[in-house]
Design a protein around this ligand. Structure first.
Ligand SMILES: [Zn+2]
Length: 453
């Protein structure tokens, strides 16, 4: 029997150019798939009243280290250099599989609560073979759509992050691929989270890229950020190794040269920008407009909740503000008028939804309210005191709303949040993530006590 859900009488922003916006519209879902988006639909269905709500595609976070949820806010003032020491060298080696499970479960619920329906989980916490299974279990239990990107171990900064000679273990990647991801059609799909040139020696880079391609896994890699990697010329090095391709997402990309931007664009690669992190931690300016100027469709990402908020509204505002600030500053310097083609609020919504699906390699199934796509849908309460009255529904979402206004969230047609409340066992996830925090702090203290003076 077909299960039908009808979202009735919302202000629909479809992000599908063929459908556009409907000031009052209905969305019909059949067995988890969007089958119609029209001004009025009559169907024998469970009806969700969307009057007073703005209905949008779910946000897509194209890069987050979800395992860090137990150490949320632990490094508020960190630079990227500090982060390597304070997080990757201090906390990451102490993570047990239970900590990763708790982090991924609570982190994914945090995403759903904030209207993020698709997540690329950049999981470089595979200290033992039990860690990836725990990470995947956390994602699966949350019900989020995610690309699980298998990353390196983090047992030692020196061994894994500077001229590393240790490749991600191919046998275990194969095991995870065949155990959990025999098909690429599920709610969870798989990728490979690689470190890249500079962080690894060339032989390791070549081995990891070859493994990803052998197993048909999309590649995600941090490039061109901060004082260190900003100078590696990582994309140029990948080009010289003959490894660039359309299966690769370049995260940050703040200090790419013009030549490297062309290489990314010409090879069909994609770009994930984490604006709040990049502005705050010294990665560089978030290169949203640069990516657009090279013909790319950049997406947004949260990256680390150790240091920045975990929601997409923050990222939209950070990128929008930073890019317009740059243009205004240049125009002030040259005493020229501000150009008319500055980034717009609507572009920001497209970047946070449809472009995200493109970058995650999932545009065929999510990112817009298009018949045929899976039903990943968010409703924003437009009657809230910080959103009403609405003049421009796109502005209401991108510039007025926040997490407190995320009223309803569906993933794959399944309702995960309704009337502003998560339906899953949030209390259990919070208890587990709190226990993980306690265990990690205790282990950190014990390690400190053992360290030579
Ligand atoms: Zn990252």
């Amino acid at each position: 029997m077909t299960t039908r859900t009808l979202l009735r009488s919302g202000h629909v922003i479809s992000m599908d150019p063929g459908i556009g916006d409907l000031a009052q519209g209905d969305v019909l879902i059949e067995d988890g798939r969007i089958t119609a988006v029209e001004p009025e639909i009559s169907a024998d269905a469970e009806v969700l009243d969307m009057s007073g709500h703005i209905v949008i595609p779910g946000f897509v976070d194209t890069h987050r280290h979800t395992w860090e949820a137990p150490i949320r806010g632990v490094a508020p003032d960190a630079t990227l250099d500090d982060y390597f020491v304070d997080i990757l060298d201090t906390f990451a080696p102490l993570y047990t599989p239970q900590d990763v499970y708790a982090g991924n479960l609570a982190g994914a619920l945090e995403c759903l609560n904030a209207g993020i329906t698709t997540l690329v989980d950049w999981s470089h916490i595979n200290n033992t073979p039990e860690h990836p299974d725990a990470a995947i279990q956390g994602l699966a239990e949350s019900g989020i759509r995610a690309q699980y990107a298998y990353g390196s171990a983090n047992t030692s900064l020196a061994e894994y992050w500077f001229e590393s000679r240790i490749a991600i273990p191919a046998d275990d990647v194969r095991r995870i691929r065949s155990t959990h991801f025999a098909s690429d059609d599920g709610l969870l799909t798989m990728g490979l989270a690689t470190r890249g040139p500079g962080f690894c020696v060339d032989e390791v880079v070549a081995a990891e890229w070859a493994m990803a391609r052998e197993l048909g896994l999309p590649i995600t890699v941090h490039v061109a950020m901060g004082r260190l990697a900003g100078r590696f010329g990582m994309v140029k090095q990948l080009h010289d190794l003959g490894l660039l391709g359309p299966d690769t997402t370049y995260v940050h990309s703040c200090h790419l040269s013009g030549e490297e931007w062309r290489m990314v664009a010409d090879s069909g690669g994609t770009v994930s920008v984490a604006p709040q992190v990049e502005l705050q931690m010294g990665h560089g300016w978030p290169p949203v407009m640069q990516a657009i100027e090279y013909g790319l469709r950049p997406a947004l990402s949260i990256d680390v909740v150790t240091t920045v908020p975990g929601d997409m509204f923050t990222q939209i505002r950070a990128a929008f503000g930073a890019e317009r600030a740059r243009v205004n500053a240049d125009c002030w310097q040259s005493n020229m008028p501000v150009p008319s083609n500055m980034l717009t609020a609507r572009q920001m919504l497209e970047i946070a939804t449809l472009n995200g699906a493109h970058v995650a390699g999932l545009e065929d199934r999510t990112g817009s309210l298009t018949p045929g796509k899976r039903a990943d849908i968010v409703a924003i309460d437009a009657t809230a005191v910080n959103v009403a009255p609405v003049h421009d529904a796109v502005a209401a979402v991108t510039l007025c709303a926040d997490v407190s206004n995320v009223d309803t969230v569906l993933v794959d047609g399944v309702i995960h949040k309704r009337d502003g409340r998560l339906l899953g066992d949030t209390a259990r996830a919070l208890r587990l993530v709190g226990e993980a925090r306690d265990r990690l702090l205790e282990a950190k203290e014990a390690k400190g006590a053992r360290a030579p003076a």
